[in-house]
Design a binder for this molecule. Sequence first.
Ligand code: TTP
Ligand code: MG
Length: 589
Amino acid sequence: MKSTRLLAKFLHPYRHLVVIAPLLMLLEVMMDLMQPRMVQRIVDEGIARLDLGVVVQTGLLMVALALIGACGGISNGIAAETAVQGFGADLREALFRKIQSLSFGNLDRLGTGHLITNLTNDVAQLQEALLMLLRILVRAPLLLLGSLVMAIVTGPQLAFIPLILLPMELLAMVWVIRRTTPLYTLVQERLDGLNKVVQENLAGIRVVKSFVRAPHEEARFGRVNDDLMMRAIQAARTVAAMPSFLLLTMNLGIIGVLWFGGWFVKGGSMRLGQIIAFVDYLLTTLFSLMMVSQLVVQLARAEASAQRLQEVFLAEPEVVDRPDARPIERLQGQIAFENVTFGYGRKDEAPVLKEITFRVEPGQTVAILGSTGAGKSSLAGLIPRFYDATAGRVSVDGMDVRELSQADLRRKIGFVLQETVLFSGTIRDNIRYGRPEATDEEVIAAAKLAQAHDFIMALPDGYDTVLGQRGVNLSGGQKQRIAIARALLVNPTILILDDSTSAVDMETEARIWRALTSLRQQNTNGMAAPRTCLVIAQRIGSVMSADKILVLEDGRIVAEGTHEELLASSPLYRAIYRSQLDGGVMEHA
Ligand code: TTP
Ligand code: MG
């Protein structure tokens, strides 16, 4: 079973508690089992013989036993809860770490909804099962057997009653458990769906509001929410049959005991106290069986969750370092694609990039131009190994990127992603995200290069301005410039800008370029110029001064050359150029 493997692994640090808790429970069970015999003694020897001394003495003994039992129960609760909470925290931490190690491809496939449910509800299900294990795994079976034995010892003549009722109850339990287990898997899946909708909604709340789609989103949420509710009710309904069945068997038991017991008492072969104790033991037996069944149901639920957790734990990162991965000391910054073909893994679909071949020499700025969906971002993502090429070879400085350590490689590459992501925190922390040890001077130098310094200084708190939830929000172009500063601060050898100035006005964009170019000539403020720049853009104006422009169309490179060469040779490039003439290209040139 998946759950046992996970439990065993993550319970290891708490093994002493796992041993102690059931022992404490044993204490409580033993005390519990003695109580009915005490009652019997009070009735048969105290009350029947009008001996007050026996009543008081036995009564006090009962109180003492109950206190000892309670101590055992409470200590068991503390030990169990300590183990369960520690187990849960360790499991969540390991899961989080595992998620960090996965590749983009794994994460695409698992989905955020699944991972959030994993981290919250699935772990909680395992914790709940563990708590029940530690609290009732010992208690219920012991009480069950113990009270069954005590019942038979107390009234052997009535022993046939539990021996008929127990198998009946067992049958009902098996029926319930077999029906609910698959239902709980469905409940967890519905929870994934709910988490996905919530997560998408919160991430895209601006889109939702700007398109006035709140009612649509509410309906979408309502659907998954109802779906979850229906499944949970369906599962609960089946489980709900259990208590009624238990009551039925219990009542049958009481009737049976009173009926037959009455005979025996009248005949003089049994005494009243015996009957009372017997009923007590019988009810405990039947009740314990139901506790066992609840444990089994919870274990089944936990098993479903454990399977979902194992899916993540056992996921192999698609992009892995080879055991002999080469560390990188220093890069020159040459990039080469040789016959690279790449797809996102869906077999039936055509590849996103087809037979891409080009070179970027150290110190060059190469631009990639192409319509939306042409594959520009996909191409750039192959260089830091967000994904690995399906066929062909991507290399830096002549070394196949698959032979290099991912961490080393990525540290040498400054990647400004197309979608700007800033974290909540100060502007300073955001800029030095990739190099937390950077000095304030370095942060400012990077911000100046990215043309962000001036607007940052205009904010009331400057670099200490807090961004994100409940903090200041920046404009799209301002965010992009912070992201550029963040990439520049790591002193990358290769800088990749994926449409990173799309929201910046042309004049600022031109200033960023001038700053980067001038940086190449002199080394100021400890900032090393990125030697190689790969620039993805939609606007020709952003890229016409590049050393080389690649025109990407439907996953293929259809033209390659400098601005002038392309104007002369490529009708497509000329068409793009003309269509953008009005967009201010001339003024930039
Ligand atoms: P992109 O490489 O994202 O195209 P692009 O960067 O040229 O487009 P844009 O200018 O709009 O940024 O996508 C190429 C194809 O790959 C497209 O059909 C969508 C697909 N794709 C995936 O299937 N999964 C992904 O994670 C990404 C990024 C793209
Ligand atoms: Mg893109």
